[in-house]
Design a protein around this ligand. Structure first.
Ligand code: URP
Ligand code: ZN
Ligand code: ZN
Length: 472
C-alpha cells in the first residue's frame, strides 16, 4: 500500500522546496512534482504544511535506575512521547553493570525490544575499565553499537580516570567508535558537595552551586586534549557553558574532529529556576547555568560550533507519591520528592524527548535564531550522520526510511504536561505559547500520530544498527 503526500513544502538540511513524496512499504520511493498516485494509494494533502524528516534524539535514558528509583518513561511511554513531539528515532544509553558488556546490551534489549514504539539504537556507557572490558569493547560493533559514553564526573559511580578515558579513546580510534564525554570535574564537585552538606546547605540551588561552570569548561578542555593525544574524534554531550563551546569552537577552527550537542533546557533556563519552590524540577547534571550561557549556546548552534540538539531525556515525577493517569491506568513512580531536604538525593534528570522539536521550532526558528534548514540539521540530519544512521534516518531522499513529519506552521497551542505525552507529572515548558506543531508522524511509512490520536503500538519500533560514526 502506498502513501502519497501531496503539495507540501519539504524542509531538508540543505533545501526548502515544494514537492510530493511517495511512500511505498517502509521507504520513500520518489520525491518530485506531480507524482502520479499508484492505485490503492492513500493521498494526503499537505498544502500549506511543512514536510520534514522525523527527529533523531541521540540522548535518552528510558527506564534508567537511579537513586533508588527509575526514570519514569520506559521504552514504550518514552517512545510514544517522542513520537507525539515528532521524533521517530532515539538512541538510549546502556548502563555498564558488572558482567560482560554484551550481557548489559542483552538486558537493555530485554527492556526495550518488546516495548519500542519508534526506531531505536544504543550507545554503551563505559564506567568501569579493566583488561576484560578493553577486550570486549570491539564486540559491540557486531551489536550495532558504535558509540561509547565516558564520564569525568560522578566519582565512585560512573567516572573513569583520565588515563582510562585515554585508553577508551585509543580503542575507539582503532576500531571506529565515537567517544561521547560527560565533562564536569568530579573531584571539585565531590569537595564542594561535602562542604555544602557540612554547612547545612541542602536546597536545590546547591546542586548548581556545587557543580561550577569552570569545572565543566576545564573538563571539556581536558577531554579535547585527551582525544587529541589519542588521535580520536570526540563528541561532548549536553554542553551548556559559553566557555565550553568556546573550547569546541577553537578546536574545530584547528580542524580537529571535536563535535558537541546541547539540549533545550540549556537554552531557556538558568540557576535562578532552582530557587523556585519547585526548583527540584530543574535538577539535572550538568546543572542550569546563567542567561549568558543560554545566549552563548544559541550562538554555538547558529554558527555551527554545535552540531546536535538532543534532550538528555531522563524524567522523574515531581511528586511521585501522587499517581497520574496514563493510558487509563494510575501510575506513580518515586521521583524528585526523594530529595526533599537534601539536594544530593534528588534524582538527576528532566523530561524533554517530546518537547524538543515543538519548542525549538517556535523559539529557535520562529525567533530567527536558527533557520528551518538548521532546525532539520540539528534535530535530524546531523545526529543521524554522526551516529551512523544516515541516510536510512534523518533525511528525505528516495531509499530512506519513510520517517516523515507533517508540520502545521499555523497551529497555535498552549503547551504543557497535558499536551506532552511523557509519563511524568510536570513539564518544564508549562503554559508556553507555541506557533507551529506536529500534525502527522509516519514511522517507516506507517501513520503513528495524527493530531492527538495515537496509532503506534508496543513492539513496532525496530532496533537500528549504527554504522561507523561520521565526523562533521
Ligand atoms: O541529569 C542527568 N542528565 N541525568 C542523566 C545522566 C547523564 O549524565 O546524562
Ligand atoms: Zn551525562
Ligand atoms: Zn544523559
Amino acid at each position: 500500500m502506498a502513501v502519497l503526500i501531496k503539495s507540501g513544502t519539504l524542509i531538508t538540511a540543505a533545501e526548502v522546496f515544494k514537492a510530493d513524496i511517495l511512500i511505498q512499504g517502509e521507504r520513500i520511493t520518489a520525491i518530485g512534482k506531480n507524482i502520479p498516485a499508484p492505485t490503492d494509494s492513500t493521498i494526503i494533502d499537505a498544502k500549506g504544511k511543512y514536510v520534514m524528516p522525523g527527529g533523531v534524539d541521540v540522548h535518552t535514558h528510558f527506564d534508567l535506575p537511579m537513586f533508588g528509583t527509575v526514570s519514569s518513561d520506559d521504552h514504550y511511554t518514552g517512545h510514544k512521547a517522542a513520537a507525539f513531539g515528532g521524533t521517530t528515532t532515539v538512541i538510549d544509553f546502556v548502563p555498564q553493570d558488572t558482567g560482560p558488556l554484551l550481557k548489559n546490551v542483552e538486558l537493555w534489549h530485554e527492556k526495550a525490544d518488546e516495548k519500542a514504539a519508534i526506531d531505536f539504537s544504543f550507545h554503551m556507557n563505559i564506567t568501569h575499565l579493566d583488561s576484560r572490558v578493553e577486550k570486549e569493547i570491539p564486540d559491540l560493533i557486531n551489536e550495532g553499537i558504535t558509540s561509547l559514553k565516558v564520564f569525568t564526573a560522578y566519582n565512585n559511580r560512573l567516572r573513569l580516570l583520565d588515563g582510562e578515558i585515554f585508553k577508551v579513546l585509543r580503542i575507539a580510534r582503532t576500531h571506529g567508535f565515537l567517544v561521547m564525554v560527560h565533562a564536569e570535574n568530579g573531584d571539585v564537585i565531590e569537595i564542594l558537595v561535602k562542604e555544602a552538606l557540612e554547612g547545612g546547605h541542602l536546597s536545590p540551588e546547591w546542586h548548581a552551586l556545587t557543580r561550577p561552570a569552570e569545572s565543566a569548561i576545564e573538563a571539556v578542555f581536558r577531554a579535547i586534549m585527551l582525544a587529541k593525544q589519542a588521535d580520536a574524534p570526540l563528541y561532548i554531550v549536553h554542553m551548556n557553558t559559553t566557555g565550553g563551546v568556546g573550547e569546541v569552537r577553537r578546536t574545530r577552527q584547528m580542524n580537529l574532529p571535536v563535535m558537541g550537542e546541547t539540549c533545550p533546557q540549556y537554552l531557556f533556563f538558568n540557576k535562578k529556576h532552582l530557587l523556585r519552590k519547585d526548583g527540584a524540577k530543574w535538577i539535572c547534571s550538568p546543572p542550569m547555568r546563567s542567561p549568558e550561557d543560554n545566549e552563548g549556546i544559541w550562538q554555538a548552534l547558529a554558527d555551527g560550533t554545535l552540531q546536535v540538539i538532543s534532550t538528555d531525556h531522563c524524567p522523574f515525577f515531581y511528586d511521585g507519591t501522587k499517581p497520574i493517569e496514563y493510558e487509563g491506568e494510575k501510575i506513580a513512580i518515586p521521583g524528585k520528592e526523594l530529595g526533599k531536604g537534601d539536594f544530593t538525593k534528588i534524582p538527576n534528570g528532566l523530561p524533554g524527548v517530546g518537547d524538543r522539536l515543538p519548542i525549538i521550532w517556535t523559539y529557535g526558528v520562529g525567533k530567527k535564531r536558527i533557520t528551518p534548514n538548521q532546525f532539520v540539521q540539528l534535530n535530524s540530519t546531523n545526529p543521524a550522520k554522526i551516529f551512523g544512521l544516515y541516510p536510512q534516518k534523518g533525511t528525505l531522499v528516495p531509499g530512506s526510511d519513510a520517517d516523515i513529519l507533517i508540520w502545521d506552521p499555523e497551529k497555535v497551542i498552549k503547551y504543557g504536561v497535558e499536551i506532552a505525552q511523557h509519563c511524568t507529572d510536570y513539564n518544564l515548558f508549562e503554559g508556553w505559547k507555541l506557533k507551529g506543531f506536529v500534525e502527522k508522524v509516519f514511522l517507516r511509512g506507517k501513520l503513528i500520530v495524527d493530531g492527538r490520536k495515537w496509532f503506534g503500538r508496543r513492539g513496532m519500533g525496530k532496533f537500528v544498527f549504527c554504522a561507523e560514526p561520521m565526523v562533521l
